[in-house]
Design a protein around this ligand. Sequence first.
Ligand code: M6R
Length: 366
Amino acid sequence: EKGGYPHFMLKEIFEQPRSILDSMRGRLELGASHLNMGGIRAYEQKFINAQRIIIVACGTSWHAGLVAEYLIEDLARIPVEVEYASEFRYRNPIITERDIVIAISQSGETADTLAAIELAKSKGATIFGVCNVVGSSIARATDAGAYTHAGPEIGVASTKAFTAQVTVLTLLAMIMGQKRGTITDTKLRELMVELDTIPAKVTKALELDAQIQEIAEEFKDATNFLYLGRGYNFPVALEGALKLKEISYIHAEGYPAAEMKHGPIALIDENMPMVVIATRDSSYEKVVSNIQEVKARKGRIIAVVSEGDKVIPAMAEYVIEVPHTSEVLMPLVSVIPLQLLSYHIAVLRGCNVDQPRNLAKSVTVE
Ligand code: M6R
């Protein structure tokens, strides 16, 4: 059942080229230059005229929501708020009939997310679900939605569900941008062509497995980790830190790289490993100077860079080169080495990666 892999988590990490493709199938038709998402058809005008989008989710799904915030604001120019479902619910939020609430959930059974949906519904908002489990409570509670086609995810640590969520949300943002006229045909076409290459790029990123295992050997006894990223890679930093925490029990935090100087930089010494996601994008130069700041304080740097980077290898202790892609699609590729790193560290520490202590696959209590 684990398909020859020692753990479900590793199997699921390696399934990603496939699950991303499955989540695009029928929605991205490159030949016909066509984007399509059945779930929004009945609500097209609502999406076009939405005054605001509120995303509710928990954990990894909340991280996918953060990526979606960047995507939707960038491509469709609609203001987006991303909320922890549990907080949203208990703070008397302002919701109107012109708001669209997007609920993201792998299991479709997360109690906090379900309760947030019920609240938003009672205020008249339109609820759109992005769920993996067909027929789940959340899928049934929403007005419309688009399933992620990740297939069953057994490992408690979410991996392929995350990239499937980001894939679906990317398509949604592209469709909204197209319908609202906030993205040019040329830009849209470029993104479609690039999105089509993502499964192959993820396959290439997975080939880094052996190198990442060596890095894991080096850092398996660390007691703390920091993860840094900017822009689209900021949510990826949060996701990398969450993965490490939940399966290896190492304390880890994700930060927007520029926030370092406002506090966390005080933590850096020769014992502090820092995973910096520094792919070639609009904040690249800034991230390079963040790396310099860390290096000056003797922090140990593991950098995730775009293939062919000439600058960072001279500065970082370890460099992981991932295939380059468009900035807006980068999370789908840059998250892969972070999933593998946490997996290998957890295995080397003898942890139960598929069923970490204190955690359940779906959290059905509020
Ligand atoms: O099933 P959901 O996507 O609603 O679950 C949300 C979180 O409980 C979940 O992502 C959790 O954080 C994972 N264990 C992360 O790996």
